[in-house]
Design a protein around this ligand. Structure first.
Ligand code: NAP
Length: 482
């Protein structure tokens, strides 16, 4: 199956923080892949900006190296043409140098987008200068990276600062989980098929599990992480977005505000989480792997590198169906998935006992994107009517053949959406605030308590206590497997 690519309009994209880690690993290699796919117009320009001085040529050579390292394939015949579309301006977000030069460089008659790939403390400075220098106009777009605040108060303040210079329709708060093919497919599966939606409620769904497990620890960014923890770094944003897309009502149309209105309603319907429904963990040294305290260089830290929680949604659709969420660092395998476990049939006409009979829909986001629907069938052979569970597997890489492997990654897709002016897969300001309003009391209760996080071995599936969170409800986590 051929993946269709529709070229975007001509644009000037300014990347603030163009020499940083995110730009090198994701944004610039991603743009190169879009160029190779024929989506980037030949006149479009990418303007890198950061404080350090570089000529256009130096910058291009740095980007060339980043592409070789991270782009997953290089076309030697085309890379120079792509690099020719790159420029660089030395700019200090907090100073005056470079802004006039940027103003001269940027074109007025094309889409103008500004990617803030810098520390959040600079977002306000960039927004102000873009507007003070008249570089951005009412049609320009800004892309804002995570973290968007560290609590409700800071998120509100940041929203208010950005709102002084840009309208909500110009602000693209990025959560790269929303750019994943499978996440959008979750909406397609739910709302473009008749099969699932009639069953998509508490009457037929026993529970939902959302897992984001990482094998990496916090080494290298311990200082940032130790001030944040899994609730702030993962649950309030990525896991919350997955929960919203799984639980939301059908929007009246696939339109940015219609989708985001429905997500917001889910967040507002979340019940406060009781202390007994949440488990926090911290990885400890195992074998050669150092523990969290060593990685974070803080021997007294209580910051959680793992969290598991049981969440209830107080509305008609989900009354009585819990959502269990967990995320952790230094886990056994890198995997992100949503597991919808349906209820068992009310009566079995077959004689088998002890066989798990509930259908499961597994939506896999990482490492490979795809979906599995487990169904019961008869075991093959003449041995009588014995049942077995088999997955109906839809792996995108297999289904879409060689083109599937060339699917744009989340950042590529989201940047193209910015140029197209489509905000559907970006978080709206009120959504972010509502998510903090839900997370804040959970975080505050923990910060005020004297409890210690539950230890778990680096390379394991998380703390024992998290297993008990499920066992006491007669349920089990799906195993974390590579
Ligand atoms: P980074 O590696 O520290 O890079 C920061 C960039 O900002 C550099 O290009 C730096 O270049 C520039 N910069 C610093 N101070 C500046 C100033 N006053 N004016 C203009 N430019 C300035 O950071 P990063 O990891 O790329 O992260 C960037 C943003 O993305 C952050 O908000 C981060 O939270 C977010 N994010 C990153 C990742 C990731 O995987 N890295 C993932 C998700 C979100 P100069 O020093 O030359 O100015």
């Amino acid at each position: 199956m051929v993946v269709r690519t529709i070229p975007v309009e001509d644009f000037d994209l300014v990347i603030f923080g163009a020499t940083g880690d995110l730009a090198r690993r994701k944004i610039l290699p991603g743009l190169y892949r879009r160029y190779l796919a024929g989506q980037m117009p030949a006149e479009a320009r990418i303007i890198g900006a950061a404080r350090s001085e570089h000529s256009d040529q130096d910058f291009r050579e740095e980007v060339r190296a980043a592409i070789y390292e991270f782009a997953n394939g290089v076309d030697k015949d085309q890379i120079d043409a792509f690099l020719g579309q790159l420029h660089y301006v030395a700019i200090d977000a907090k100073g005056t140098g470079g802004w006039e030069q940027l103003k001269k460089l940027i074109r007025k008659d094309v889409v103008r987008a500004f990617y803030f790939s810098v520390a959040p403390s600079l977002f306000g400075d960039l927004a102000k200068r873009l507007s003070d220098y008249g570089i951005a106009d009412t049609e320009s777009r800004i892309v804002v990276e995570k973290p968007f605040g560290r609590d409700l108060e800071s998120a509100r303040a940041l929203n208010a600062t950005l709102a002084q210079h840009f309208e909500e329709r110009q602000i693209y708060r990025i959560d790269h989980y929303l750019g994943k093919e499978t996440v959008q497919n979750l909406m397609a599966v739910r709302f473009a098929n008749i099969l699932f939606e009639p069953l998509w409620n508490a009457q037929f769904i026993d529970h939902v599990q959302i897992t984001v497990a990482e094998t990496v620890g916090v080494g290298g960014r311990g200082g940032y992480y130790d001030n944040s923890g899994a609730m702030r770094d993962m649950v309030q944003n990525h896991l919350m977005q997955l929960l919203c897309l799984t639980a939301m009502e059908p929007p009246y149309h696939f339109d940015p505000d219609a989708v985001r209105d429905e997500k917001l309603k889910v967040i507002r319907a979340l019940e406060p989480v009781a202390e007994g429904d949440i488990v926090r963990g911290q990885y400890q040294a195992s074998g050669d792997a150092p523990g969290y305290l060593e990685d974070a260089e803080n021997p007294d830290s209580r910051t959680e590198s793992y969290v598991a929680l049981k969440v209830r949604i107080s509305n008609w659709r989900w009354q009585g169906t819990p959502f269990y969420m967990r995320t952790g660092k230094k886990m056994r395998a890198r995997t992100s998935e949503i597991v919808i476990t349906f209820k068992e049939p009310p009566h079995s006409i077959f004689d088998e006992s002890g066989t798990q009979r509930a259908n499961q829909l597994v939506i896999k986001l990482q490492p490979d994107e795809g979906m599995d629907l487990t169904v019961m069938i008869k075991e093959p052979g003449p041995g009588g009517m014995r049942l077995m569970q088999v997955p109906l597997d839809m792996s995108f890489a297999d289904t879409f053949g060689p083109d599937g492997a060339e699917m744009p990654d989340a950042y590529e897709r989201l940047i193209m959406d910015v140029i197209r002016g489509n905000q559907t897969l970006f978080m709206r300001g009120d959504e972010v605030e509502a998510a903090w309003a839900w997370a804040d009391p959970i975080i505050e209760a923990w910060e005020q308590s004297k409890a210690q996080p539950e230890p778990y071995d680096a390379g394991s599936s998380g703390p024992e206590e998290a297993l008990r969170l499920m066992h006491r409800d007669n349920r089990r986590w799906k195993e974390i497997r590579a």
